[in-house]
Write a protein that binds this ligand. Structure first.
Ligand SMILES: Nc1ncnc2c1ncn2[C@@H]1O[C@H](COP(=O)(O)OP(=O)(O)OP(=O)(O)O)[C@@H](O)[C@H]1O
Ligand SMILES: [Mg+2]
Length: 395
């Protein structure tokens, strides 16, 4: 277990509650220009991350993950678009204002750690406190030592970075990111150079931080780590894949997910509004992006019409009818509490997709069998199981 007494010294949330946006990336485009010409790495990214969320970012090498992280930290700047952290519009500040703001509000773990080679690990961890003029002179050393202890480096405090292993340098970089107790931690492959035991220790530390209300955004290639975060954002060639698509159809390749993201139409239904009437012909495959839908089964039991189940973001419906070519086996309506946002694919697009992904066909086929069985029995269903099991903190 992580000893986190050294964390959370700053009162938090400093401004605003959990669930308010912490990061807003709006229409961000990033183009690099060099001798070979122009190269657009981020092609219009929109993303909101709320306070207290633990978010992972994945995507193939070169998909733009580090570039996106650099937009959020203000280390690089977008060619167009806005980035707002808390209430601060990053690119309305000048370079030196931004740099001071960053030192006080962000903990950054770089992909290639960037410790200063001439300073000891202890001095490296103290540096952000000196720079941002946080804590008293005496407190800085004690605090830096506590942070090194937290990442298991108390015996290496006096060593230079090159005198310790890469994994230890990475851990020191994480201690440095926590120096000013920032509300937001942004980490680019923080466990990429760690053995699996050290990686788990770092993730437990991050979980403890999130528990205290901090927001963490982490680039990673490791699926065992993304499984422990609240949300996974997928970048594909400079664009974000819809999270609803990624959750509904997890067995597609990123390229296929991106195709589905682009093909699907966005729909909103008001609370209580009917989406599908039982017996009606179904022409669309629906994936839930936000909000919930209630399912009213048409089983043969006496009270079957009153049987409801709820599907939440990441779940889908309509596939039974599209694959079986029949009429709706259940009514579906938007749940009462908030509007539901859906992404829908046409019958043709859906059938094409299933044809091109054997794994998806198998997975959906399995769900179809199960849903048909439950519907026939007219009993309270495992429909509930098709929502995402992990509690999503209001994506
Ligand atoms: N300063 C730059 N000038 C020109 N091209 C750049 C620059 N920085 C990044 N790129 C290019 O942008 C693309 C995305 O790079 P980025 O580092 O964001 O990818 P990544 O998803 O972080 O990859 P990795 O998983 O390997 O870290 C790459 O093709 C890269 O070569
Ligand atoms: Mg990178």
């Amino acid at each position: 277990m992580v000893d986190s007494t050294v964390l959370g010294m700053q009162s938090f949330p400093a401004n605003g509650q959990l669930s308010a946006p912490m990061i807003q990336v709006q229409d961000v485009i990033k183009t690099f220009k060099n001798a070979a010409g122009e190269f657009t790495v981020l092609k219009g990214v929109n993303l909101t991350i709320r306070r207290g969320q633990f978010v992972s970012i994945i995507g193939k090498s070169g998909s733009g993950k580090s570039t996106l992280i650099n937009m959020v930290t203000g280390i690089d700047y977008p060619s167009s678009g806005q980035v707002i952290i808390g209430e601060t519009n990053l690119y309305k500040m000048n370079e030196s204002e931004r740099s001071l703001w960053r030192g006080r509000n962000l903990g950054i773990v770089f992909q290639f750690f960037q410790l200063l080679p001439m300073l000891t690990l202890l001095e490296n961890v103290m540096l952000p406190m000196d720079y941002a003029n946080m804590y008293t002179f005496d407190e800085r050393k004690t605090r830096a030592m506590d942070l090194l202890r937290l990442v298991g480096l108390e015996d290496y405090a006096g060593k230079l970075p090159l005198a310790v292993s890469t994994g230890q340098q990475q851990s020191a970089a994480i201690a440095r990111a926590l120096a000013n107790d920032p509300p937001l931690i942004v980490a680019d492959e923080p466990t990429g150079n760690l053995d699996s035991r050290s990686a788990i220790a770092i993730i437990e530390l991050f979980e403890a931080l999130v528990e205290q209300g901090k927001t963490i955004v982490m680039v990673t290639h490791d699926p065992s780590l993304t499984a422990r975060t609240d949300r996974t954002i997928i970048l594909s060639d400079g664009e974000l894949i819809s999270e609803a698509v990624a959750q509904s159809l997890p067995l597609l390749s990123h390229r296929q997910m991106m195709d589905v993201t682009k093909q699907s139409q966005y729909m909103v239904f008001q609370p209580g509004e009917t989406i599908i009437d039982c017996g009606q012909h179904v022409e669309l495959f629906y994936m839930i992006e936000k909000g919930c839908v209630d399912i009213i089964l048409s089983g043969r039991g006496k009270d079957a019409r009153n049987i409801t189940a709820t599907l939440s973001p990441g779940a889908f419906f309509g596939e039974v009818e599209l694959l079986k070519g029949g009429k709706a086996i259940a009514s579906v309506r938007a749940s009462q509490d908030e509007p539901v946002e859906l992404l829908a694919l046409s019958r043709g697009q859906f059938l094409e997709l299933v044809k091109n992904s054997a794994l998806t066909e198998d997975a959906i086929g399995h769900i179809v069998q199960q849903r048909l069985k439950e519907n026939k029995a007219g009993r309270r269903p495992g429909w509930l199981n098709f929502g995402r099991s992990k509690d999503r903190k209001g994506a």
